[in-house]
Design a binder for this molecule. Structure first.
Ligand code: SAH
Length: 363
């Protein structure tokens, strides 16, 4: 359980844990043992750490909180095997995560916040605003829970679920370091992607960390005017400032930025938009991910026609821009960000609705 008074042990780095152990009068190697139980063997409680003395386990229980997610629901797509998980956090909040199986490995998409305050018009995650940030351990737990549930190694992690990761910057950085730490799951930094709506100062700070992760920028429009209509954050940072931050990220890390571009029918999908997008992506050597917008019932945005999407991609190709139409994974299982959590929260307002959740199991 998470207890606000106690230190969240799963969010501590190995060095911090070593100090904790010595302060407790324990040998420093105990830290490595516990770290391994938490981050490699994915133990769900101190009681699973059978090579620690009972006394030490009790001492740990008294001193630390141990986060665990409770699986509330899992939906598997009949179309492509994508799985969407809904987890309950210790304080009762709900987060969703997605598991996708690709030829190159298994990818997990995690949430970084409960809700979001960025207000992007087409996104379901932001409709009720921000509830709170996730801790590093709660971000790790999503990956761990899914690896335990599927029994398959997770090779890629994308921070593209609910929330704006750079709005939870400090916890995100701790999470990234622990996820890619050789003493933990040891996921290659190159297999980690963080997606942002474009918080320019934080993009620059992240660049200075010199991580080998991929930064994805949710661009979605090629003029400030249009972007402001879709994304309130565009009122704070212009596309010019964004492009400068992208260039800086590339200079500092050697990693090319990916642009995310959700195609919204009649809004940002003309040939002219494709030309302007090419002009932005070309000089930076960006890869463009085209995402047919996933309509949410609260807004009346529609997907571009299939032929329009292909024409848009062709235009990019002619301009030598690499553009991939993102396969729509899990369309039949509330695939769009925040849809599942929202549906369950809405239904839970009705009496007895939680019974509908079923399949509950702690992991
Ligand atoms: N806050 C971060 C990450 C979360 S959203 C960001 O803005 O990048 C992950 C991606 O999905 C973003 O590109 C976001 O704009 C996009 N997205 C959100 N809702 C969508 C929807 N209904 N259809 C298509 N893309 C959507």
């Amino acid at each position: 359980m998470r207890d606000a008074q106690k230190t969240d042990i799963k969010s501590l780095s190995l060095e911090q844990l070593q100090k904790e152990m010595t302060d407790m009068g324990e040998k420093p190697f105990r830290a490595k043992q516990i770290y391994r139980w938490m981050h490699v063997r994915l133990a769900r409680s101190f009681d699973e750490m059978t090579d620690l003395s009972r006394e030490l386990r009790e001492k740990c229980k008294a001193a630390y909180s141990y986060t665990c997610l409770e699986q509330i629901r899992m939906q598997e797509s009949k179309l492509d095997g994508t799985r969407k998980y809904l987890f309950r956090l210790c304080d009762g909040n709900l987060v969703e995560s997605v598991w996708m199986k690709y030829r190159h490995g298994n990818s997990v998409c995690i949430s970084s916040q409960v809700g979001c305050r960025m207000g992007c018009r087409f996104c379901a995650s932001t409709l009720d605003g921000l509830e709170r940030n996730l801790t590093p351990s709660e971000m790790l737990d999503q990956v761990y829970a899914i690896q335990l549930s599927t029994g398959e190694r997770v090779s890629n992690v994308v921070v593209m679920g609910t929330g704006e990761p750079l709005d939870n910057y400090d916890n995100l950085l701790i999470f990234l370091r622990m996820l890619t730490d050789g003493n933990g799951l040891n996921i290659s930094q190159r297999n980690v992607t963080v997606s942002t709506c474009g918080l320019v100062p934080k993009m620059r700070e992240l660049a200075e960390q010199h991580l080998q992760i991929t930064l994805a920028l949710s661009l979605h429009a090629t003029t400030d005017e249009k972007r402001r209509e879709l994304m309130p954050i565009a009122k704070q940072y212009s596309i010019r400032e964004l492009m400068e931050a992208c260039r800086y990220y590339f200079e500092q890390t050697g990693r090319r930025i990916t642009f995310e571009y959700s195609l919204v029918g009649g809004v940002n999908d003309t040939n002219r938009d494709a030309e302007e997008l090419s002009a932005l992506a070309g000089p930076l050597g960006c890869h463009v991910n085209l995402i047919p917008v996933n309509p949410i019932k609260e807004r009346d945005y529609v997907q571009s026609e299939g032929a329009r999407i292909r024409a848009f991609q062709n235009k990019l190709e002619k301009n030598k821009i690499n553009g991939t139409i993102r396969r729509e994974m899990g369309r039949d299982i509330d695939g769009a960000c925040g849809q599942l959590r929202r549906r369950i929260l809405e239904s839970s307002k009705a009496p007895d609705a939680l019974q509908d959740i079923g399949g509950s199991s702690a992991w």
